[in-house]
Design a protein around this ligand. Structure first.
Ligand code: C5P
Length: 402
């Protein structure tokens, strides 16, 4: 994300200047091109040699590089060169200079010349930070469009304790990375996704379930994150693992548990995809002890489970988009169309058990997708579940705002 990004780090005179060395190192490790500009007082806290070595570039501080030979550090060129300027630590003095437009050294001149985004990470003692003039300067700088990385609370160099510590280099790095995140179509979108089968207990060792592997749902979870989404994956028991820090896995067993978990996340989600093969019936009585074999027949009384897709989708808000799945053996399109209406879905993915290589357990799938708003039917050939997931997610992106 930061690879080849041109970043100027401005360093002011503050005890936190030593943290700038870590920051430079982290940025270089991420592949960024880093140039360091120090104020003259910053050099009393950390040497230019350290920063030149870490940034692999000469450290700049003065307007003139070699006055006798007429070589100068062109502040305008530097300001235009950068993709981002980060001043860390930003002292009260330099924040005041930035807010007033005072231009009396290289850093302030570059600041005024820059057209790129500017991030400022203040560091100073508690009372200096809280002083109305510092706070007014910070507000003014925010109003000018600068991004302020708020100081943290903790022990300060003065021995006082409170707000004023420069944010930690790792946290600043995350802010930079987030800033450079490409504009993915599902960025900031929260997706609720049900997947896998459910198990309805008969007794402690027996249950009613189905052959769903969860592969389609898990492939969807990965694909959604590649497009920028945050996913809440509510999964019944599967053999699959989920290692993706954009996916929160909520493991459940029964339809009732899946329903309760889905209800919790539904309200705050933008998109809900119901890919789980939920058991339609559950035993009325769940025996606490293993049922003993006898010569008599055994009759199980079953009750309906909640229809998660229907219950949630019929109360969806204007901004929410819902997708269901249908696995049919006959009258496929007719049944899928009925389901889309009954469950108030925006889109339904239909896979037929009559198609070779499609459905439960396979690594491939062959789907048709029906869109509620246009009644359009899209037919796709047999593909890997990863590729099918891409087709489905692309259709969601195309139709989410339709
Ligand atoms: O009604 P049917 O089970 O065929 O509908 C399938 C769709 O409804 C799938 O999207 C499935 O995840 C969802 N469903 C559900 N809760 C149920 C049954 C089905 O969410 N109890």
């Amino acid at each position: 994300m930061l690879k080849s990004k041109k970043i100027i780090i401005g360093i002011c005179g503050s005890i936190a200047a030593y943290k700038a060395a870590f920051l430079v190192r982290l940025l270089v490790k991420e592949g960024a091109e880093v140039r360091v500009i120090m104020t003259s007082s910053a050099k009393q806290f950390i040497t230019p040699l350290t920063l030149a070595t870490l940034s692999k570039n000469e450290v700049l501080s003065e307007f003139t590089a070699n006055a006798e030979q007429g070589v100068w550090n062109n502040h305008v060129a530097l300001g235009l060169w950068a993709d981002l300027i980060l001043v860390a630590p930003a002292s009260a003095h330099t924040l005041a200079r930035f807010s007033q437009g005072i231009c009396n050294d290289l850093l302030t001149a570059v600041y005024l010349s820059a057209r790129c985004p500017i991030m400022l990470a203040p560091a100073m003692d508690l009372d200096m930070y809280l002083h109305p003039s510092t706070q007014a300067n910070l507000q003014k700088l925010r109003d000018y469009g600068n991004i302020i990385i708020d100081a943290a609370s903790g022990e300060l160099a003065s021995g006082l304790s409170g707000v004023g510590r420069m944010a930690e280099p790792e946290d600043i790095l995350q802010k930079l990375k987030h800033y450079f995140l490409p504009d993915l179509p599902l960025k900031q979108k929260r997706v609720l996704l049900t997947a896998g089968p459910t198990q309805e207990a008969i007794d402690p060792v027996r249950f009613i379930s189905n052959a769903s592997s969860g592969k389609m749902g898990y492939a969807l979870a990965h694909t959604l994150t590649e497009y920028g989404a945050t996913v809440y994956l509510i999964s019944g028991p599967t053999h699959l693992t989920m290692e993706n820090d954009k996916v929160t896995l909520i493991s459940v067993r029964s339809a009732q548990e899946m329903f309760e978990a889905a209800e919790q996340y539904f309200e705050t989600c933008d998109i809900a995809i119901f890919a789980a093969a939920v058991s339609d019936y559950t035993p009325v009585k769940k025996h606490t002890k293993k049922i003993k074999k006898s010569t008599e027949d055994l009759h199980l009384e079953l009750s309906k489970t909640p229809d998660i897709a229907k219950s949630l989708s019929t109360r969806k808000g204007k901004h929410q988009f819902t997708v269901g799945f249908a696995l049919e053996t006959h009258d496929e399109e007719k049944n899928a169309n009925k389901k889309i209406r009954e469950k108030n879905l925006d889109m339904i993915v239909l896979n037929s058990l009559n198609d070779q290589g499609a459905g439960f357990g396979y690594d491939t799938n062959k789907v048709k997708v029906i869109l509620a708003h246009s009644a359009e039917i899209k037919t796709f050939p047999l593909k890997s579940k990863q590729e099918v997931a891409k087709d489905i997610v692309q259709l969601i992106i195309d139709n989410y705002h339709a």
